[in-house]
Design a binder for this molecule. Sequence first.
Ligand SMILES: C[S@@+](CC[C@H](N)C(=O)[O-])C[C@H]1O[C@@H](n2cnc3c(N)ncnc32)[C@H](O)[C@@H]1O
Length: 216
Amino acid sequence: MPPQCCEPDYDALFDDRAARRELAEYRRNGPSGATRRLIERIVLEGVEGTSVVDIGGGVGVIGAELLGAGAARLTDVDASRAYAAAAHEELERRGFGDRVTVRHGDFVRIADQVAPADIVTLDRVVCCYGDWEALIGRSSERAHRLLGLVYPNDRWWTRFVVRTGNVVMRVFRQRFRFYIHPEREIDARIRAAGFERRFHHRSIGWQTVLYRRVPD
Ligand SMILES: C[S@@+](CC[C@H](N)C(=O)[O-])C[C@H]1O[C@@H](n2cnc3c(N)ncnc32)[C@H](O)[C@@H]1O
């Protein structure tokens, strides 16, 4: 279904050209910066035989790396048709096709149709979605053991960059907007859902955070 009036058009920004570029970059250099850090921390917690849901999986980097490290199954959900197709292509090429489901759609809307998993990841996705409470709420509900995120630091300079980016979006008549969401509230929301923070790293722009569900 095409996006309705005023909904963000993920296909316009995350298009085939961008997907091709990111896939080539990943094949050349592997996972970059914060993504690599998140993958390494998840692997340290143990991934053998686990199920993974990667929300906004882009070209499939986290999925491919965790399956390569021993995860058993992956569901990759992406709101961009081109990115979902690129992820599918990459995961097939790596020989993971029979352990993977790639779904196109807004995770918040289709979360009920996505089976819960041991590990749920959101790598640079929270900054692409307006309703952080719904996104974080539905993601944490679906995570049995680990919830990993990469999202922007809530600082004046990141807000400045995002505001500038959104002016550019408006000038080019794009409906898509970037967001800096309140990190204290995000952290509190995840803890209230039953998680403890296991790892936290900040670079200038991004924070990498891994939460583990506290056993009952
Ligand atoms: C900046 S890209 C990051 C891609 C990948 N995770 C990475 O770090 O390379 C953001 C991705 O999240 C997707 N996305 C944003 N909101 C989403 C949602 N609610 N449900 C599913 N995908 C979403 C976009 O379509 C896009 O592919």
